[in-house]
Design a protein around this ligand. Structure first.
Ligand SMILES: NC(=O)c1ccc[n+]([C@@H]2O[C@H](COP(=O)([O-])OP(=O)(O)OC[C@H]3O[C@@H](n4cnc5c(N)ncnc54)[C@H](OP(=O)(O)O)[C@@H]3O)[C@@H](O)[C@H]2O)c1
Length: 329
């Protein structure tokens, strides 16, 4: 099969379309003829040699796929060749064919395109896990979502609003309008305003119950300041840095703060299956009736993958960057 490959770690210029053995599904897996995949920051880091795939995962980039079932493993009775599916994979998405575990496959809703479906798994499952499983999302909770226009951020705003929560968001100025359209209750230009002051103003000094953070060290103290008593800071990335100097633990005790870090790719298969199944049960219906939708920034042909990576590296996207895969067979 054809796949996007790289021989040496480095920049986007190292990516090329090459030949790779077609994967074979084991008994619990579906072989997917991939129609679309989508970019994640993890792909950029893996390409740079800073984020190796977990043991047993494909070395090919790509954490999500949408496409058609081409073949089924022996234990996949619920799936049929030709079914339109999408889901999370531990790697291997940037290819004509990929394998997807039968219990992590989701049916593409009738009127949804493969491009839209490919934009869902990684960011929506991440936001769902962070808000519901780790953050305790419920109606009327106050949520601060950093990088609100990111793939995960655009998913999180929608999930929070659908749950009846209040969503306060940080983003750079050109992206504010899109965040407001998604339902954000307040948008903070983090480059000009102190987000903790804004949060305290809008919550009349009470703070927020949940924070979704991707920035890490530079935001840590302001995040703690923004928390309500018993609030939860869910940290998913360290885009801005990893070392926090001189933290006064008293500031955490005063809030009875919960500091939670999480990853998704390295979780066990059982965890990811449970997450996918809970996601289907809890929020999947909202996609079918279009109350929630994947936010697509751009769709690139996979032969333009270098350009797509540069676009994400420049922080230009609002929502997901999708790759359309053209199968030769
Ligand atoms: N732990 C997990 O389970 C998990 C799962 C999925 C993703 N992630 C991580 O979550 C993060 C978001 O992923 P994504 O795919 O949604 O990203 P994305 O769509 O590429 O968006 C990232 C956005 O973050 C903002 N940003 C970047 N660097 C920043 C900095 N130093 N300070 C402030 N804002 C900054 C930029 O928006 P502005 O223009 O608004 O600044 C940028 O567009 C990534 O780091 C990714 O690795 C973690």
């Amino acid at each position: 099969m054809k796949a996007i490959l790289f021989d040496e770690p480095g920049g986007p210029e190292n990516l090329y379309l090459g030949d790779y053995p077609t994967p074979e599904p084991c008994e619990d897996e579906l072989l997917i003829r991939v129609a679309a995949t989508a970019l994640n920051r993890a792909d950029l880091m893996q390409r740079e040699g800073r984020y190796p795939p977990p043991p047993g995962a494909s070395e090919i980039l790509g954490l999500e796929v949408a496409g058609t079932v081409e073949a089924v493993g022996e234990a996949c009775d619920e799936w049929t060749v030709g079914d339109r599916v999408f889901g999370l994979v531990p790697g291997g998405g940037y290819a004509e064919y990929a394998v997807l575990h039968r219990q992590m496959a989701m049916r593409v809703p009738e009127r949804m395109t493969f491009e839209a479906a490919a934009a869902i798994p990684e960011v929506f499952l991440t936001a769902f896990q962070a808000l519901y499983w780790l953050g305790g999302l419920a109606s009327e909770r106050r949520v601060l979502i950093h990088a609100g226009a990111s793939g995960v951020g655009t998913a999180a705003i929608q999930l929070a609003k659908r749950a009846g929560a209040h969503a306060y968001v940080t983003a750079s100025a050109p992206k504010h309008r899109r965040c407001l359209e998604l339902g954000a209750d307040m948008i903070i230009n983090y480059k000009e305003e102190d987000f903790a002051d804004c949060v305290m103003d809008v919550t009349t000094g009470q703070g927020v119950d949940i924070i979704l953070d991707f920035i890490g060290a530079p935001y840590f103290k302001q995040n703690v300041k923004s928390l309500a008593i018993d609030g939860r800071l869910v940290m998913l990335s360290m885009l801005g840095g990893r070392t926090v100097e001189a933290v006064d633990l008293g500031s955490l005790f005063r809030k009875r703060a919960h500091i939670i870090t999480s990853t998704l790719r390295s979780r066990s298969l059982a965890y990811k299956i449970a997450l996918t199944q809970d996601f289907i049960k809890t929020v999947f219906a909202f996609f079918k009736n279009a109350h929630i939708r994947p936010i697509i920034d751009s769709v690139y042909d996979w032969t333009d993958v270098q350009e797509a990576h540069r676009h994400m590296e420049a922080n230009k996207n609002v929502g997901k960057i999708v790759l359309r895969i053209a199968c030769e067979a």
